[in-house]
Design a binder for this molecule. Structure first.
Ligand SMILES: [Zn+2]
Length: 416
């Protein structure tokens, strides 16, 4: 008998100590698609992934048939904000100014559950956006089995140059809570990075550029030596830095400092993407955020022609593909609804990436980029984070919308 467990108010299916064979139509193991394959799970580990004919089925083994599905590693979302919800519901400013961290934490628990149900078993959450260290506590409660959710890598408050972040639009005598932590100068930045690590963040998120006043174009924020100091402080403690950057100069400084990934990168040139490839820096394009924000601004997709922002994004994404830079799957989910992470995959394909490359990025690729050694593959010895999607996403990436089976760490959270 499978044991029924309650995680918070959510029923999950704990496999008994008997082993379970998962038998789908196809298996995508993190690098290629196979047919007539099965995956054997024992406790929280994969003990076999290969042809059915090659498996000596152990005693007391159950079989779970997943007809018409493709089994694959749990999806690793590369850029989320569990503490934000779509801006067409409530503007970013109002979320930061009017929703207390308590309200945002409650919303975050719902977002975490929706994400897991959508097949996201790991998320790199890039900034609590004014909710302090709420992401650290979300991670803790998920890890302790209090609420269901993905494995999290969290950034806490992003670090921004003094004066360079919002909410904006107030006169100089008004003090408003900010969506990130401001600091300037090498010593204060070193101190900020150290304090954040002590408060439990997994990584440091910095803004290498931003708009200084509402509606203005982005400009570089930190000096080179300031970025260098933050990267040196984090890496000497075994952590790493990721950078928001959309201007060529902001990207260049972040590359020179040695960040691990660059987020957005709208102004990236072929030369910049080639430099990122050479230095082993990942590129997280967040196509779905730009698409959503442009639509919130009135663009009727499919009816109106592409606005300038979308045209430029398609161009820069193509340059990134041409350069061979490591493309990190990450949509900036939270700007658009949690659980609709598939939107980024659809856009990656629509903007020119091969479906196989998209799936590799969202599984084995992101696992490697984020140093998750036991995740991202269906292979003996890997952790049992496994999902099944209806149909074949290599033929039609929209298959990623329908996820009838979700297992995280050997526990089934959703099944047909
Ligand atoms: Zn973001």
């Amino acid at each position: 008998m499978n044991k029924l467990l309650l995680v918070g108010a959510f029923l999950v299916f704990q496999l008994s100590n008997a082993q379970t064979v998962l038998q789908p139509e196809h298996v995508f193991d993190g690098s290629e698609l196979h047919t007539n394959w099965v995956v054997l799970v024992e406790h929280n580990s994969i003990t076999y992934a290969g042809p059915l004919s090659g498996l000596k089925v152990p005693k007391n083994t159950k079989t779970l048939r997943l007809d018409g599905t493709t089994l694959m590693p749990g999806i690793i979302e590369g850029h989320s904000h569990l503490l934000l919800h779509p801006y067409n519901e409530t503007s970013w400013n109002d979320q930061v100014l009017k929703e207390s961290p308590v309200e945002r934490a409650i919303r975050g628990t719902v977002h975490a559950q929706k994400s897991l149900q959508a097949g996201i078993t790991t998320m790199r959450d890039l900034g609590a956006e004014g909710a302090g260290y709420t992401d650290v506590y979300l991670k803790k409660t998920i890890d302790n089995g209090i609420i269901p959710g993905p494995r999290l890598l969290v950034a806490g408050p992003a670090i921004v140059a003094t004066g360079a972040y919002g909410p904006k639009g107030f006169h100089d005598a008004v003090t408003v809570p900010l969506g990130a932590e401001p600091a300037s100068g090498e010593a204060p930045l070193i101190e900020t990075v150290r304090r954040q690590m002590g408060n439990g963040v997994d990584l440091i998120k910095v803004y290498a550029d931003y708009r200084w006043t509402p509606g203005a174009d982005s400009q570089p924020t930190f000096l080179q030596q300031e970025l260098d100091a933050m990267v040196a402080t984090a890496s000497s403690a075994g952590k790493y830095v990721v950078a928001h950057a959309s201007t060529p100069e902001g990207m260049k400084r972040a590359i020179a400092a040695g960040v691990e990934t660059i987020e957005h990168g709208d102004g990236g040139t072929l030369e910049i993407f080639k430099l990122m490839k050479e230095k082993g820096i990942g590129y997280c394009p967040t196509l779905a955020a730009g698409d959503a924000i442009t639509r919130y601004g009135g663009w009727k997709k499919g009816i109106d022609s592409d606005p300038e922002r979308i045209k430029n994004k398609k161009k820069s994404f193509q340059l990134a593909l041409d350069s061979g830079v490591n493309v990190v799957f990450g949509g900036d989910v939270g700007v658009f609804p949690h659980g609709e992470n598939y939107r980024e995959m659809e856009l990656m394909v629509a903007y020119g990436m091969q479906p196989l490359e998209v799936l590799k990025s969202a599984t084995a690729g992101n696992a490697k980029t984020f140093h998750l050694n036991q995740l991202g593959k269906l292979e003996k010895g890997y952790l049992a984070d496994i999902i099944a999607v209806k149909g074949n996403p290599l033929k039609d990436i929209s298959a990623m919308k329908e996820v009838p089976f979700v297992m995280k760490d050997g526990v089934i959270y959703k099944r047909p």
